[in-house]
Write a protein that binds this ligand. Structure first.
Ligand SMILES: N[C@@H](CCC(=O)N[C@@H](CS)C(=O)NCC(=O)O)C(=O)O
Length: 198
């Protein structure tokens, strides 16, 4: 199976699609694009070539199709693999609910890249980790659903990694999220990649 993933480089941030695909032992061939003054032209050309409708990345070429919008892409891969999702409708709902919180967080994190406001640092970020931590507290962990990893664990792990890189991670995280980080960083297929890119 050939998988080509294209993304732009944002320092050496950990890329959740890549983590997910590596964890699932699916071969990957990432292409990274520079996010600098060349990006507008690159974005226009990727749009013309049909890789992305919005001009944004990531985009995943998988089989004979192209997938964009990263959370629906992870959810699609989970369904295809018959793994990385809840088993009951309720579990799937919980996973999707946390994914939705992540999507809301992400929009605000992207805005914070232009300069994190006091409101972002003092209200948005603490509330995000408090609420996400409450969801993770519902089981003994280390993952959202307990000992079964799902696609959203990759997203939440990446949100923590992103905040660390932008210096907006709160000094202390809920214990359940510390456990998640430790568990993600110990997973056999991805621990080396994480260690190299941390
Ligand atoms: N909802 C989209 C968001 C994509 C997005 O915001 N991509 C950013 C990089 S992580 C981007 O392409 N930014 C370039 C730009 O704003 O021109 C997704 O889930 O993939």
């Amino acid at each position: 199976m050939q998988v080509v993933r294209r993304d732009m480089q944002l320092s050496l941030r950990i890329l959740q699609h890549l983590l997910f695909l590596k964890d699932a032992a699916i071969p990957t061939k990432p292409t990274l694009y520079a996010w600098d003054e060349t990006w507008p032209a690159t974005s226009a050309s990727l749009t013309t070539s049909g890789l992305t409708r919005t001009g944004l990345l990531p985009a995943l070429e998988y089989g004979d199709k192209i997938y964009t919008q990263h959370i629906p892409t992870l959810r699609y891969l989970a369904r295809e693999l018959g793994a990385y999702d809840g088993q009951t409708s309720y579990e799937k709902y919980i996973v999707d609910a946390v994914a939705d919180l992540y999507i809301d967080w992400r929009g605000q994190w992207v805005c914070s890249l232009k300069g994190a406001s006091e409101e972002y640092k003092n209200e948005t970020v603490p509330k995000y980790y408090k609420v996400i931590g409450e969801y993770y507290d519902e089981t003994a962990g280390p993952y959202l659903l307990g000992d079964r990893i799902t696609y959203v664990d990759f997203a939440v792990y990446q949100s923590i990694d992103n905040e660390r890189r932008t210096g907006t991670l709160p000094e202390s995280l809920p214990e359940s999220l510390v456990k998640l980080q430790e568990a993600m960083e110990a997973r056999p297929n991805i621990r080396e990649y994480i260690a190299e890119h941390k």
